[in-house]
Design a protein around this ligand. Structure first.
Ligand SMILES: Nc1nc2c(c(=O)[nH]1)N[C@H]1C(S)=C(S)[C@@H](COP(=O)(O)OP(=O)(O)OC[C@H]3O[C@@H](n4cnc5c(=O)[nH]c(N)nc54)[C@H](O)[C@@H]3O)O[C@H]1N2
Ligand SMILES: Nc1nc2c(c(=O)[nH]1)N[C@H]1C(S)=C(S)[C@@H](COP(=O)(O)OP(=O)(O)OC[C@H]3O[C@@H](n4cnc5c(=O)[nH]c(N)nc54)[C@H](O)[C@@H]3O)O[C@H]1N2
Ligand code: SF4
Ligand SMILES: [Mo]
Length: 733
């Protein structure tokens, strides 16, 4: 019997990018555990990935190419037979799908692509992918080469973080932030729109360590998350009003002379303009918008500026809002105002993804697009899929190729998305591990490997370690990785460029050969054995990090702390933190930062018949729509709830447990009321669900809109108004 332990890395869309050890016995994975050698993720996994064997070996995996033989539309799932639904006659998998060979599937795809290109132009083909895997190879490499070479439309990948990224970069010019290991040295920690217990669990032990040493934890979140419940202070802010709060904090800090004049003078531009701007954001004025009292705003500002080191864990919840870019921008200014970038345990983290600068141009080859089209292909915003599929005509989208994503669950304006996906003239291919909401509308489904079954290079967006994820087992059934799939498709299309023949190892080497100094000395060979920290010049790095025990013995970071902006070094055009931005002015935005209430909010222009602000949030134990179909993980979450406060429930004669209809002008969903104090008056909360596992195939995203945020063309999942009414129990069915 052979037994070995393989080093891998979790590729899911999560800041932690855990080091993973997979035990393989006789070719079968028998155990998964966290890699104790990983200095940030330190030997434990989140609850969902701890059950990963159930996912890899699930009887529901797609193992063979399948072609449609039934009509497009919802298909019943084995483990989730939707009994008791209206029109319970949902076709089964066998009525819908017929197994086919890879050969036939690839022939059909390439011949359809050729016909569509001839008739409508290659831009009538649209790739659609997002965060299924964030591996450098399987996330965005061979696929991009393929679609660039094909001359397909480009996808603007805006569904998650682009407003926040634009806001952050407008101040710093780069996505860098405080490393998680430094949080143990902080004395004042603000979790700002950051559901740490749910979405970023590996930061928690560092926060716990800081708190044992007297640090205070403050949570700014309209929802009483588990993190908020454990905090020293929870400020339930009104959704979408964070820019106002940040501006008011700066108002207090500057008025009380608590700012770092030296840091501001040396390393920022526009402080005078900012000082003028924040004058009008008095705590009294901002209290009306944010729902946080003037007294609390003053206290927060004073504590943040004086209890040192203070750090902000800002997360992306803040920017899923119409003004999300500006909110992020205003918050990103705070550590510059108090100079906390100079301190170990100070600063701010939204993302660390600007650290590992792989050679993305070589991985993705955008130049191939110019070869194919002689110009850039048109760009389609993924958030607008519903509108695009139904209305765009120049050319229309005739083929949709989905991988690493489940748009029929995660995309806003769900009803239009489904209407588009149902088009009989739309040729849809989905490369997937499971039959998802989106495969229900596919013409062809192709089987995809999990990270157990393919090799990749992995960075994190919540720390500065990179690692190679080794293949632990052979692909199940006839599954192929994204890289393999697009390599093969390129061959079938007759694409002759050398890059389509590169092996996985060659691609990893290419990714690492970006000549960026922080990657210097980091080789595939080393990374196959475990995580390595980026090489932050002059500091101890490229050295295997020490174990958690050793690290806490020395009581500090085993490697030198990385302080990205201690001496300025911002990557903006001016080289300084831009508190005033000419580039934003040119875009018609306020060059400093201005608060305007989102139009769909209690203070907005669209608050007519729909008075409640909806947070259509993520589950703590799923990953967007992923994992919800694994029974052992599904059991950890209660599905189908609408959380509402006592006052709003009473006004509508709703009691805890009552069935309710949640609706607006875009759509509706039926849920069960939960009156448990998690939200404040005026706010209701529900979870991103999978229609496939919901009675009647309803989606919370039937309520969310395609409206874009102020920066980055980003999604606005948390700027949504709804009304709620009690319904009769029978109509829940
Ligand atoms: N368990 C789990 N982990 C995940 C995911 C998951 O689905 N489940 N998803 C992954 C992905 S794709 C991402 S992008 C990250 C996201 O991780 P986060 O950035 O943490 O994202 P969210 O959960 O969207 O939002 C965080 C918090 O912001 C709050 N919030 C909403 N609106 C506002 C507002 O206007 N102001 C303030 N201050 N707070 C607000 C929400 O209530 C929520 O608790 O997590 C990743 N990790
Ligand atoms: N209402 C509401 N909607 C939201 C959000 C919200 O908070 N509320 N969050 C938004 C955010 S932040 C994000 S990032 C998006 C997420 O949108 P998506 O990135 O579409 O997220 P997932 O639901 O995780 O779907 C990923 C799919 O990829 C598949 N997959 C995993 N690995 C591989 C692989 O190696 N190859 C292939 N071919 N497939 C693979 C998985 O099985 C899964 O079905 O959703 C957004 N939608
Ligand atoms: S989902 Fe996040 S926390 Fe869970 S194992 Fe993967 S990287 Fe770690
Ligand atoms: Mo995301």
């Amino acid at each position: 019997m052979s037994k070995r332990v393989v080093h891998a890395a979790c590729p899911h869309d999560c800041p932690d990018a855990c080091g993973v050890l997979i035990t393989v016995e006789d070719g079968r994975a028998t155990k998964i555990q966290g890699d104790p050698e990983h200095p940030v993720t330190r030997g434990f996994l989140c609850a969902k990935v701890a059950q990963y064997l159930d996912r890899v070996y699930s009887p529901d995996r797609v193992l063979y190419p399948m072609r449609r033989i039934g009509p497009k539309g919802p298909v019943g799932q084995r483990s989730f037979a939707p009994s008791g639904q209206p029109g319970a006659a949902v076709p089964t998998c066998s009525e819908t799908w017929q197994r086919t060979s890879w050969d036939h599937a690839l022939d059909e795809i390439t011949s359809r692509f050729r016909t569509i290109s001839r008739e409508f132009g290659s831009e009538a083909i649209l790739p659609y992918s997002f965060g299924g895997t964030l591996g450098a190879l399987n996330g965005s490499a061979m696929d991009r080469r393929f679609f660039h070479r094909l001359g397909a439309s480009q996808l603007d990948r805006t569904i998650c973080s682009s407003a926040g990224e634009a806001g952050l970069e407008s101040v710093y010019g780069i996505k860098l932030g405080t490393e998680p290991e430094q949080f143990r040295h902080s004395k004042y920690i603000i979790a700002w729109a950051a559901n740490i217990h749910g979405n970023n669990v590996h930061l928690w032990p560092f926060i716990a360590e800081a708190r044992r040493n007297g640090a205070k934890l403050v949570v700014i979140d309209p929802y009483r998350t588990r993190t908020a419940q454990c905090a020293d202070w929870h400020l339930p802010i009104n959704p979408g009003t964070d820019a106002a709060l940040a501006l008011a904090m700066m108002h207090v800090i500057i008025a009380e002379n608590l700012h770092d004049a030296d840091y501001l003078a040396k390393y920022t531009v526009g402080f005078d303009r900012l000082r003028d701007k924040v004058k009008k954001y008095s705590p009294e004025r901002v209290a009306q918008w944010t729902g946080i009292s003037a007294e609390d705003i003053r206290k927060l500002a004073r504590e943040y500026a004086t209890v040192r080191p203070s750090v902000i864990r800002l997360n992306y919840g803040v920017q899923r809002s119409e003004r999300g870019g500006t909110s992020t921008r205003a918050i990103a200014m705070l550590p510059c105002i108090i100079g906390s970038w100079k301190e170990v345990g100070g600063g701010l983290q939204l993302s660390t993804s600007g650290g590992a600068q792989f050679n993305t141009a070589a991985l993705r080859r955008p130049d191939l697009m110019h070869g194919a089209l002689g110009r850039d292909a048109r760009i389609i915003n993924m958030v607008e899929l519903g509108r695009v599929l139904n209305t765009v005509n120049d050319p229309p989208v005739k083929a949709l190729f989905v991988y690493n994503s489940n748009p029929a669950a995660v995309c806003p304006n769900h009803n239009d998305v489904i209407r588009g996906l149902l088009r009989s003239d739309l040729f849809t291919v989905v490369h997937e591990q499971f039959f998802t909401d989106t495969t229900d509308y596919a013409d062809i489904v192709l089987p995809a490997t999990t990270f157990f079954e393919h090799k990749d290079l992995q960075k994190g967006y919540g720390h500065y370690y990179i690692q190679v994820s080794n293949r632990a087992i052979e692909p199940r059934g006839e599954c192929r990785s994204n890289v393999d799939l697009f390599r093969t498709l390129a061959e079938r299309m007759g694409f002759e460029e050398e890059c389509f023949r590169e092996t996985d190892d060659e691609m990893i080497d290419l990714a690492l050969a970006s000549k960026h100094p922080w990657l210097e000395g980091l080789t595939r060979d080393q990374l196959e054995h475990g995580a390595l920290r980026l090489n932050f010049g002059g500091q101890e790095s490229g050295v295997r990090a020490q174990t958690a025990e050793v690290r806490s013995d020395v009581g500090a970071c085993a490697t030198q702390p990385f302080l990205p902006f201690a001496h300025g070094n911002f990557r903006t055009a001016s080289g300084k933190a831009e508190l005033y931005s000419e580039a934003l002015k040119a875009q018609g935005l306020d060059p400093v930062a201005e608060f305007n209430p989102p139009s769909e909010s209690r203070h907005g222009t669209e608050r007519k018949q729909f008075p409640l602000e909806l947070l259509a949030r993520k589950h703590d134990n799923f990953l967007n729509s992923t994992f919800s179909n694994v029974p052992s993980v599904g059991a950890m979450e209660e599905a189908g709830l609408l959380e509402i406060c006592t006052e709003d429930a009473r006004e509508r004669c709703i009691c805890d447990g009552d069935p309710v209809r949640v609706f607006n002008h875009r759509g509706e969903i039926r849920l069960q009321a939960r009156v448990d104090g998690k939200v404040q008056p005026g706010v209701v909360s529900a979870r991103l669900n999978c229609p496939k596992q919901t009675p009647g195939f309803q989606s919370i995203n039937a309520l969310t809109s395609e409206k874009l945020a102020d920066m980055g063309n980003s999604a606005t999942f948390y700027s949504v108004l709804v009304e709620v009414e009690r319904i009769q129990a029978e109509t829940m069915k």
